[in-house]
Ligand binder design. Structure first.
Ligand code: NAD
Length: 383
């Protein structure tokens, strides 16, 4: 397949690119370094330094013999997006190119507007580039489980059948996001659904939970191929923050009551899910939705797991509850369905002690770079 990866410099984009190339696909990555710029501006750089995209492509080629083509540019510019799609004539487009930080999107007017415009523009331009220049291409769009919020009923995979006054129909599952960033993902889904039913595009929308992990078969070939590992309050997801706190010897900061439940998955499983979706594509005129997670935990359970793994390494790990900076339920029902990707062939890597210990050891090597001031919440939207 010819595979175009939008947002190929990102935490998920770069390992995905190597994974498709390793499987023999022809890969092009596109990025404008938005995440690196925001990280620098907010003092939130990754723990391990990562070379530029072209340098990473050279390192990967030297280690594997596989080529990855690199294009640098802003996908909000329709001319650039159209050129890239025309030039590469992709069979599959993996769309990761968004501003993905909930706290950044809640920092103020400028950041909210930037997130809204960036995310919707890239999705809109991608849809039109496909419609005009590659109508058979399969778009794999990264959504988030955060689109659904935490409803008091089971979360279905994208669609729900509703019976109302004796009649039945199937609708997109109701969504109630908890940040402006997550709301842009809801809007993305609506845009995609409109163009799927109007022009017959083929789309897979992956409702992904928070991803953790540093290691993949390809990333482990050379330190220069390591995914961006963020541990700050802006880009760091909760597992990464806890691991770094455990190594730095500061208490793991649980937001509020810690009963917030979410679905998590290992980076290796993100790669599997995206590959499976690409190799078994949606049909023409289909918006296929999968819930992309492999297990669910409360924040308290996560903290206990990291503490357990840290204790085995002789780290003295403490857990402390702090004021929740976010507006979210701290105790709630949570029961998402996530069988679709397993039916396609996903073989999950679970969050075992061994997995956590391996990550703690990788973080420990970099412990002299940890700045603990970056971990405490700097953005609040809870009153
Ligand atoms: N990482 C997770 O835990 C997680 C969970 C659920 C969903 N997602 C979604 O997966 C996708 C990838 O997430 P990630 O963690 O790799 O984020 P990331 O920020 O590391 O990667 C996104 C990449 O897209 C690029 N980008 C953004 N706007 C662009 C533009 N206008 N033009 C060109 N490039 C642009 C950024 O520079 C960045 O390199 C995002 O859409 C995110 O919402 C991620």
């Amino acid at each position: 397949m010819r595979v175009l990866i939008l947002g190929g410099d990102g935490y998920l984009g770069w390992p995905t690119a190597m994974n498709f190339a390793a499987a023999g696909h022809e890969v092009t990555v596109v990025d404008n370094y938005l995440r690196r710029r925001i990280a620098e501006a907010t003092d939130s750089e990754a723990l391990m330094a990562t070379p530029s995209l072209s340098e990473r492509a050279k390192i990967y080629h030297a280690n594997s013999g596989h080529e990855i083509s690199v294009r640098i540019g802003d996908l909000c510019d329709p001319e650039f997006m159209f050129d890239v799609v025309r030039d590469t004539t992709p069979d599959t487009i993996v769309h990761y190119a968004e501003q993905p930080s909930a706290p950044y999107s809640m920092r103020g007017f400028r950041e909210a507007r930037e997130t809204l415009q960036n995310n919707l523009d890239v999705t809109f331009n991608c849809i039109w580039a496909v419609k005009e220049h590659a109508p058979d291409a399969h778009i794999i769009k990264l959504g988030t489980m955060g689109e659904y919020g935490t409803p008091d009923i089971d979360i279905e995979e994208g669609w729900i059948e509703i019976e109302h006054k004796g009649r039945k129909d199937t609708f997109l599952y109701p969504r109630a996001a908890g940040s402006l960033y997550h709301t842009t993902k809801v809007l993305d889904t609506d845009l995609l659904w409109f163009y799927v039913r109007t022009y017959g595009l083929r789309v897979t929308d992956l409702m992904q939970g928070p991803v953790y992990g540093i290691s993949t078969d390809e990333a482990d070939l050379d330190p220069g191929l390591c995914p961006n590992f963020h541990y700050d309050d802006i880009f760091g997801t909760v597992v990464n923050r806890f691991l770094v706190q455990a190594v730095a010897g500061v208490p793991l900061t649980v937001y509020g009551g810690g009963g917030q439940t979410r679905g998590y998955l290992n980076l290796r499983d993100t790669l599997q899910c995206v590959r499976l979706a690409a190799e078994k594509p949606a049909d023409t005129g289909e918006l296929r939705v999968f819930n992309q997670l492999t297990e669910t935990f409360t924040v308290n359970e996560l903290a206990e797991r990291v503490k357990g793994a840290g204790d085995k390494l002789g780290l003295n790990v403490e857990i402390r509850s702090i004021d929740n900076p976010r507006k979210e339920k701290e105790e709630h029902y949570y029961n998402p369905v996530y069988s679709g990707l397993t039916e396609l062939g996903l073989q999950p890597h679970y969050m075992t002690d061994e997995v956590l210990i391996e990550m703690l050891e990788r973080v420990r090597v970099q412990s002299h770079h940890i700045d603990t001031d970056r971990i405490m919440p700097r953005v609040r939207w809870n009153g």
